[in-house]
Design a protein around this ligand. Sequence first.
Ligand code: PMP
Length: 402
Amino acid sequence: MADRLKQVVNHIFSSNMSSADPFEKKVNLGVGAYRDDNDKPWVLPVVRKAEQILLNTPSLDHEYLPITGLPEFTTAAAKLILGSDSNAIMEGRVTTVQTISGTGANHLGALFLERFYPWVGKKEIYLSDPTWANHQAIFKNVGITPINYPYYDPKTIGLDFNGFLNALKNAPNKSIFLIHACAHNPTGVDPSKEQWNAIADMMLEKGHYGFFDCAYQGFASGNLDNDAWAVREFVKRGVNMLVCQSFAKNAGLYGERVGALHVLSSSKEAADRVKSQLSVLQRSEISNPPTYGARIVNLILNDAELFEEWKRDIATMAGRIIDMRQQLYKVLTDELKTPGNWDHIVNQIGMFSFTGITPQQSQALVEKAHIYMTANGRISMTGLNGKNLRYFAGCLDKAVRG
Ligand code: PMP
């Protein structure tokens, strides 16, 4: 707990300290949002287009949406994550509710399970160690106790696959495991397809429930389908699960709070019951979800031309991040010959990278070089750009050499 708190405080602190720091070459690698090569927020061109369309549609009013959200949006959002050829969707086994972005989806999913999951023992959820700091609070808030499962191996700066698999094996049957669908936050470490398959085997054998959190679809590899691979595979294989979906990162709609919760059921009848239960919960929490962001995403998902443009915008963001990973790797290994192995910089995926440096080294970077990051050595790749990458690499090299 103390560690988690420290992580959160450090995160808030690092961004505040960064904005107050007058040092010209300061670098903010604590930021959890995309920045372009000029270190500026980027409104996706496709979003600008969709906004223009909304502005020029005088028939749009400001009435309430249905409790479960904008129907065309929720239908398209389910297809986006589960695949347009999803049997579960065609069989009417998916219940989708529009939520307050990914956080709201996590919260509603947690609340739903707390009320309706057929708990055998204590109300507990297994979270990867480490995980997005908010997960702990979200589950505690609804009376579910988080327990950690091994995920990250500091020795390899990669996945602790055996630890993860053993945790699945040793947990009581029908346990709930929170799984990052892609681009694990904060480590950037994802299982391989082979490892995902072994995880699915164990989930099925033990009757575990998958609480999938998907905050970075498209943002990880640049391809929406690739990043949904694990979710779709688990659904196909019949793992009991739900999926939390966020459009904050992949549509750059952070503040508009667009997201969805998808609950998979075994039959259409069960899915209908889930819908009425979720509606009751949603009613008491937010009454009705907000319209603006959902209308933008709805336009993008349901118009072939806008959808193609969105895919290009996503590829621009993911491509820049991948490029920063490659450049950083190259400077550290080829030019500076920084001690240690830096393969993880290019092997990790998505916005974040666990550098593997010690808390002392990251503190030295903050204090001596004005480079802000979390104490656990996590850097946001989007904070790097053509102007500051070399400065960062040079300072990292010095910090590692001590
Ligand atoms: N889950 C994970 C793993 C995340 O990293 C984030 C964003 N930091 C979220 C959920 C939720 O983000 P939002 O509520 O902005 O969609």
